[in-house]
Ligand binder design. Structure first.
Ligand code: PMP
Ligand code: GLN
Length: 383
């Protein structure tokens, strides 16, 4: 293995999901729902397979999905992207992020990411021989945010791009317009490209609204706007994503993408295109159900003795383990199956300097109520 990848080992999600299976624990670690997406969308995928949609789709993706993404962005955000040239379908958001970083960064270029960050960011940046520059988010009045001065100080003449994930995994923060404005102004002042990861765009709570960075003045032309179907339609295994941007940026990403995977699987694209057009009411219902399950898990975790931070979006709750007398989340999550029969994710693995996230543990609430209740009952054994 090349030196720059040696520190990456196995992803925490694979490690913890294997631990859950092996120990028979309840898995509140890896973020995937335990119920299916809309039945009519699943039927659509079956139909696409049985009616012959099984050969290579066009490199940029099926025109049906590119049109559906275009319509979705116009209806929801007032953003206009041309299906011919401004939208590229990818193998999940993961490939869109990797291909974007590989397409934009020369060796030694810097990419800013808000820490804690989703694990694929650091690996994609390393693959590109670029350098990740972290800007730390810390809880202020129970909500993780960043210091605009620290963000400003992180920009150097080598800064090529900034990765902006909102709603943010693993903290659950949904960036406000004020926070996005700070980022937008800096991108324009310092000629930085934004790569946005919006995979949780539809999963926000308490009336909090997701605002795409590309909708801010001057940002559409310098943003690669990325999302995928996995979270929106509860099909994390379908790995169907997309990136929208002005044509020169999309062409750059497609140049890389065509040699990573050439194209993404066809049947899922047709089913997701259908769902983007006809199943958004289903997504609203999913979201209000998730909010109830968030509240249920938060209440349970607090009763079990955790410090609990309230997320405004995503599938995840952050907890502080110090009130229970623990100090290291990695150590605790490795022992949690034996202590309580539950699996969670140590937040420190999403930090450039793990020390800063040592006392946080992430729990997923995208599970059925009885699963959450059973996990909480077990976690109460800790105190
Ligand atoms: N970004 C974030 C923040 C995520 O949580 C995930 C996991 N779903 C991804 C990207 C990857 O998305 P996909 O499965 O579409 O590749
Ligand atoms: N996005 C999911 C999470 O944060 C996991 C995805 C993966 O397993 N790579 O839990």
């Amino acid at each position: 293995l090349v030196a720059r990848m040696r520190d990456f080992g196995t992803t925490i999600f694979a490690e913890m999901s294997a631990l859950a299976l092996e120990s028979g624990s309840i898995n509140l670690g890896q973020g995937f729902p335990d119920t299916d997406g809309p039945a009519s969308m699943l039927d659509f995928a079956v139909q696409a397979i049985t009616s012959g949609g099984n050969q290579y789709p066009p490199g940029p993706g099926t025109i049906e999905l590119r049109r559906a993404v275009s319509g979705h962005h116009a209806d929801h955000y007032g953003l206009s992207y041309d299906p011919a040239g401004e939208i590229l379908v990818t193998v999940g958001a993961t490939e869109a992020i990797a291909a974007s970083v590989l397409a934009l960064c020369e060796p030694g270029d810097e990419v800013i990411a808000f820490e804690p960050y989703y694990d694929s960011y650091a690996a994609s940046i390393a693959l590109a021989h670029a350098k990740l520059v972290p800007v730390t988010m810390r809880p202020v009045a129970g909500r993780f945010t960043f210091d605009p001065g620290e963000l400003r100080a992180a920009v150097t003449p080598r800064t090529r791009a900034i990765l902006v994930n909102s709603p943010h995994n693993p903290t659950g923060t949904v960036f406000t317009r004020a926070e996005l404005t700070v980022i937008a102004e800096l991108c324009q002042e310092r000629d930085v490209v934004a790569i946005t990861d919006e995979v949780y765009e539809h999963l926000t709570f308490d009336g909090v609204e997701h605002i795409p960075l590309a909708t801010l003045p001057g940002m559409r032309e310098r943003t690669l706007m990325i999302s995928s179907a996995g979270k929106t339609f509860s099909v994390t295994g379908w790995k169907t994503g997309w990136v929208c941007a002005p044509a020169p940026l999309v062409t750059a990403v497609q140049t890389v993408k065509q040699f990573l995977t050439f194209t993404a699987s066809g049947p899922w694209q047709l089913a997701v295109a259908y769902a983007l057009r006809h199943q958004l009411d289903w997504v609203s219902a999913l979201c209000s159900g998730l909010q109830d399950r968030r509240d249920r898990l938060m209440e349970g975790l607090a009763a079990a003795g955790f410090g609990v931070l309230k997320p405004s979006g995503t599938y995840f709750v952050q907890t502080d383990i110090r009130p229970l007398g623990f100090s290291d989340g990695l150590e605790l999550t490795r022992r949690l199956p034996e202590l309580a029969g539950v699996v969670a994710i140590p937040t420190q693995v999403f930090y450039h300097s793990p020390e800063r996230g040592r006392h946080f543990v992430r729990f997923a609430f995208c599970k059925r109520e009885h699963v959450i209740d059973e996990a909480v009952a077990r976690l109460k054994r800790l105190s």
